[in-house]
Design a protein. Structure first.
Length: 194
């Protein structure tokens, strides 16, 4: 077997179907990491002094950025359902083109280690600006809806999962609003401008 054929077959085997156990577990890990970010990023904006005291958080943030970067590679090889024909698309070029036209740029921004980039540019970017750009990581929570669609369970269970997702999103939005309120009031609880 020639080396070119061997490389091609290895690349073709590196394909992830929506129902593969690895893909489901990987998506769940990315969702858990996204939930962590969705709680911590607004909290970091509201309470920077408290978060800076914790030494393990930057290391964990680098792990999350690395996982999000690897997720980009997995998404370039993830088979998807064509909504028109309702069939699986396994062609690597079509998968890559669809991903580039869709979520790729958001995923790329979500996986960039912004702190390292700021250091490369001489630290001219403020920490608050970096944390605001970190909000791009929150978009990954939208994957939960797609995961529920691919689950092989009955319809009523899927419906209850959608309700749980809705309740969680409402609680998350309340968390974001309360952190933003704390920021705008200067941490005093007074109305803005008093």
């Amino acid at each position: 077997m020639s080396q070119k054929v061997l490389k091609k077959s290895c690349w073709e085997n590196f394909t992830f179907y929506p129902t593969d156990k690895f893909k489901i577990y990987w998506d769940m890990l990315i969702i858990v990491l996204s939930i962590w970010n969705s709680i911590l990023i607004p909290y970091e904006l509201a309470f920077p002094v408290i978060v800076e005291e914790e030494k393990a958080l930057p290391v964990f943030d680098y792990f999350i950025d690395a996982a999000f970067a690897f997720d980009i590679v997995i998404n370039f090889r993830s088979v998807y359902y064509d909504p028109k024909t309702e069939s699986l698309v396994t062609d690597g070029n079509k998968i890559a083109w669809r991903y580039l036209q869709g979520r790729f740029w958001i995923d790329l921004l979500a996986s960039l280690p912004l702190e390292m980039i700021a250091i490369l540019f001489g630290g001219r970017v403020s920490d608050e600006t970096l944390k605001i750009f970190g909000m791009f990581k929150l978009v990954r929570l939208l994957r939960l809806g797609r995961m529920i669609t691919y689950m092989k369970v009955n319809r009523s269970f899927k419906f209850s999962m959608k309700l749980i997702q809705l309740m969680f999103m409402l609680l998350l939005i309340l968390h974001w609003i309360s952190c933003f309120w704390y920021i705008t009031t200067g941490g005093t609880g007074k109305k803005f401008g008093e």
